[in-house]
Design a protein around this ligand. Sequence first.
Ligand code: TDO
Length: 195
Amino acid sequence: MQITRFDIPGLFLLKPKIFRDDRGWFSETFNAETFREALGFVPDFVQDNESFSMYENTIRGLHLQLNPYAQAKLVRVLSGAILDVVVDIRKGSPTYLSTVSVRLDATGMQQFYIPAGFLHGFRTLEDNTRIAYKVDAHYNAQSDRTIRFDDPALKCNWDLDGKEKLHLSDKDKDAPPFKSLGDVFQYDDMAGPVT
Ligand SMILES: Cc1cn([C@H]2C[C@H](O)[C@@H](COP(=O)(O)OP(=O)(O)O[C@H]3O[C@@H](C)C(=O)[C@@H](O)[C@H]3O)O2)c(=O)[nH]c1=O
């Protein structure tokens, strides 16, 4: 498994081994032992999610679940492509409010590991984009929060030129700014494994 690290410790881009032959290919998309060997820990994933977006420039996010339902996520693309965007919102983190944008696509088969304590969202880069992600805490509607994807206080790079027609849910269109959230995550409580 190939691992790429970022300026924010704890985020990883993983590229599992792909076995190609005359029929096509095979890949283990998650193996707890391989994950442990690569990163030194294994998230306790409890839920697998998929979403399908019909249109390019669909934006989902920025989302989080409050504790005790805060989620680490392992995101990959099954068809199409996304720009995945995260923001470190762990108060006291050396990289507090730093943000990373990373392209994931079906052909690259990259997987993006995002620890708990981050805002997460993505923009589809193609029509008919389907993503799959594992999470280590169950969905909890009462803990679910959304923050404006284009909040200027967050400086996220969505790689937009302003001319695109964006597709957002009503919830995401009406999302409040980051400052309304308050300090919901403390770095000392959730620094997580950094390898
Ligand atoms: C996320 C989620 C949603 N739902 C339901 C609630 C709602 O009726 C419907 C659609 O939910 P949403 O509009 O929140 O779906 P979506 O905008 O795709 O939300 C997702 O966005 C990405 C960026 C994330 O990071 C995820 O954690 C999640 O927040 O599905 C579940 O039943 N379980 C879940 O785990």
